[in-house]
Design a binder for this molecule. Structure first.
Ligand code: C2E
Ligand code: MG
Ligand code: MG
Ligand code: MG
Length: 279
């Protein structure tokens, strides 16, 4: 009996593995095809002042549609893009699209900075700074309209290289956020050396802050860290009004989340802009 179970288990796992490989391969083809045809979409999530509701920016989030017309989660395709090297092209397409969109908001009369996620392999690319600066020049978009979001692990990959890149971006006037702060392993001594502007409190802590004492303590610690180091704060993943109240009470004044708005298509974000200022 044990023997046949063992055999079944082996075939079960290899079948599962095979399915996984096929799925992965199909996803890679879809991503390649989408990038080749410039069909990757970008959605925009509003970032607001929690006290006044004023719109302070928008985060650009990549969106991939499969042949059936369903969205594939970035949690699935971003790591794949990183592993296959497609992240370089993906990153450039998102940057370009987001900057162009920001330009179109300006042309409608709205000064809304756009925030773009930069993956670790992109951050390690020595061309990145020049590509970004060239893009801003080409589009005639002021550097103050672009913000970059980098994770702790990307920053910690090569610390001296990071310092160099950050100081170039800073000199150009581009604002840098550390994304998902608290989930990585950045050392506080480097945090002080890195020229970053913003800590984004990870949504996992915000989600549980009212129900889990530990998460509340982490939120408090991140807020006091930012205050003592003169960094701005953004809370991500706000889903409840009660979370907004607590964050304000603790000293975090900026946030984003489904409570305010889901990420919106470029078209819907424009409508949101118009309605927000006339309402
Ligand atoms: P992130 O940069 O931390 O982005 C925030 C994620 O939280 C987004 O997920 C957003 O849709 C989601 N979110 C926002 N508000 C709420 C909320 O109230 N509740 C919940 N449950 N979720 C909320 P999304 O769009 O699925 O993206 C996931 C991650 O994929 C991003 O996390 C980012 O790390 C990565 N990503 C997305 N687009 C890009 C991109 O263009 N380049 C790179 N390098 N990474 C990207
Ligand atoms: Mg982000
Ligand atoms: Mg985040
Ligand atoms: Mg995240």
């Amino acid at each position: 009996k044990a023997k046949s179970e063992g055999r079944n288990r082996t075939s079960f796992f290899s079948e599962e593995l095979e399915q996984h490989m096929i799925h992965r391969h199909q996803l890679e083809l879809l991503l390649r095809d989408t990038l080749a045809n410039q069909q990757l979409q970008v959605h925009y999530q509003p970032k607001l002042c929690l006290k006044t509701g004023k719109l302070l920016g928008a985060e650009a989030l990549a969106r991939l549609k499969n042949q059936q017309g369903h969205w594939v989660s970035p949690v699935e395709f971003i790591p794949l893009a990183e592993e296959t090297g497609l992240i370089t092209e993906l990153g450039l397409q998102v940057l370009r699209r987001a900057c162009k969109e920001c330009l179109s908001w300006r042309q409608l009369g709205f000064q809304v900075p756009v925030s773009v996620n930069i993956a670790a392999p992109q951050f390690a690319n020595p061309q990145l700074v020049r590509q970004i600066l060239n893009l801003l020049t080409e589009l005639q978009l002021p550097a103050s309209m672009l913000e970059l979001e980098v994770t702790e692990s990307a920053l910690m990959l090569d610390v001296s290289k990071t310092q160099n890149i950050l100081s170039q971006l800073k000199a150009a006037g581009i604002c840098i956020s550390i994304d998902d702060f608290g989930t990585g392993y950045s050392s506080l001594s480097y945090l002080k050396k890195f020229q970053v502007d913003v800590l984004k409190i990870d949504k996992s802590f915000v989600h549980e802050m009212l129900t889990d004492k530990g998460d509340m303590e982490i939120v408090k610690a991140v807020i006091s860290l930012a205050q003592s180091m003169n960094l701005q704060l953004v809370a991500e993943g706000i889903e409840l009004e009660a979370q907004t109240h607590k964050l304000l009470e603790l000293g975090c004044q900026v946030g984003q989340g489904f409570f305010y708005s889901k990420p919106l298509s470029a078209k819907d974000f424009k409508a949101y802009l118009q309605q927000k200022t006339t309402a």
